[in-house]
Design a binder for this molecule. Structure first.
Ligand SMILES: *Cc1c(COP(=O)(O)O)cnc(C)c1O
Length: 423
């Protein structure tokens, strides 16, 4: 199937090519030229999540020269090897827990699909790749875990010294082998600049086969549509109604994937973006004027984004403000509300949520109470134990995969902010 750039100046390419390329030459992001219809797919009769993923994604990879349908079936089995539970929390109120992968956040879905896809592509292309990723926390861990021991791929993770949590640092540094961790004597912005500078260095970029694994890569976004198709069908079969889907959002990759599922015909009533105090999108809905800005620090730190990188894809779907207002709902949640919601949810239901998930819960309580809804849970609360535990007065058991990582010793190289240090 054809994928085109949001800026319209690059030629159409296949999904496999877009995954290998990352960004289009005109600086735009790849989007499907048309959406396949779920009506023609077998989604209600499949028995496992990987089979569902195959059914939903197959039309996008039809006639792909890099990833054929046999490859896709293998990639889905390999990438989605963990549970995706839809938990009932209240009357017609469900929580979609997306944190049962190896690094306990939803980013495992995208990172694992991308890693497995690139591994498949490399086998056919015979050219080794180096993934460069700058991280302020969660992304680097998911990428490192997903690419660990993938043949022909080296990963260089850059993180700012003293600015990631101990648990996050472990996730980046304990794996070893093809995963190299670099502790940068600078800020997250310095790390991002080093990545950019390395990509701009054409000779170096060519020699190392540099590729990016951030959330603008189609290979991270496309697989995230699957769980919206899966959960909305499941919800409908349980309650006979289409759910609202409330999504904790930052760079809006996850919500964009929900709109793609909706565009394919998934039984969704409406899609709601829950944001923290970074309220670029609610402000746009209010004023009609889009003003990206610097981010501010909040308790839901993986959503601290003032200029969401996937907005370009949302504008591609709903460019006009009236259309945007019709399909995109978004509300902002403060740090005080996050804390109060974590506590109240635990007191009332014994269910423990992370600060990101608390944003979705608060938006549900305020605007969607008693309407059929799915709240998306993006991370395991044990990843944010320093915030959550004092509020609920209880220690949170750590998921097994995470616990095993935390027992190992990490290795990293200290570097300056000059990108030559990491090659
Ligand atoms: C990355 C992340 C988000 C934000 O997702 P986007 O796709 O950037 O909108 C929300 N919650 C958690 C836990 C995350 O790691």
């Amino acid at each position: 199937m054809d994928f085109v750039s949001t800026r319209g100046l690059s030629k159409a390419i296949t999904a496999g090519e877009a995954i290998l390329k990352g960004l289009a030459d005109d600086g735009g992001l790849y989007v499907p030229k048309t959406f396949p219809s779920l009506v023609n797919m077998n989604v209600s009769s499949v028995s496992s999540y990987p089979e569902m993923a195959f059914e939903v994604l197959a039309p996008f990879f039809k006639d792909d020269k890099y990833i054929n349908l046999n490859d896709l079936a293998y990639i889905c089995m390999n990438a989605f090897n963990f549970d995706v539970p839809l938990i009932q929390l209240g009357q017609k109120e469900s929580v979609l827990e997306l944190y049962h992968g190896p690094t306990a956040a939803f980013k495992d879905f995208g990172a694992r699909f991308l890693a497995s896809s690139l591994e498949t592509i490399i086998k056919k292309n015979n050219k080794e790749l180096t993934i460069l990723v700058a991280t302020s926390g969660d992304t680097g861990g998911a990428v490192a875990s997903a690419f660990y021991n993938k043949a022909g791929i080296k990963v260089k993770v850059l993180y700012p010294k003293n600015r990631v949590s101990e648990r996050q640092k472990k996730q980046l540094t304990v794996l070893g082998n093809n995963i190299e961790a670099y502790e940068v004597d600078g800020t997250f912005d310095d790390c991002q600049k080093m990545v950019k500078d390395a990509f701009m260095d054409k000779d170096l970029s060519e020699k190392w086969g540099l590729t990016s694994a951030n959330s603008i890569n189609l290979g991270r976004l496309l697989p995230q549509s699957v769980y919206y198709v899966y959960a909305s069908h499941l919800f409908r079969s349980m309650y006979g109604e289409n759910p609202n889907i409330i999504i904790p959002s930052g760079n809006v990759g996850n919500s964009c994937a929900a709109y793609w599922a909706f565009s394919m015909g998934a039984p969704i009533e409406s899609i709601v973006l829950a944001v923290n105090a970074n309220k670029t999108i609610p402000d746009y809905l209010d004023s009609g004027e889009y003003t990206p800005r610097s981010s501010i620090k909040t308790l839901a730190n993986a959503m601290d984004v003032g200029a969401p990188s996937n907005m370009e894809r949302l504008f591609d779907l709903y460019g006009d403000i009236d259309l945007f207002r019709q399909f995109v709902k978004s509300y902002s949640v403060s740090d005080d509300e996050i804390k109060a919601t974590i506590k109240k949810t635990y007191d009332e239901t014994s269910y423990i949520i992370c600060p990101h998930t608390a944003c979705a819960k608060k938006v549900y309580e305020t605007y969607y109470k008693n309407q059929p809804s799915i709240l998306v849970s993006t991370a395991h609360p044990a990843k944010f134990e320093t915030i959550v535990e004092p509020l609920i007065n209880k220690s949170i058991p750590i998921p097994k995969a995470l616990d095993e990582l935390l027992k190992l010793d990490g290795k990293f190289t200290s570097v300056s902010t000059d990108y030559h240090d990491i090659f």
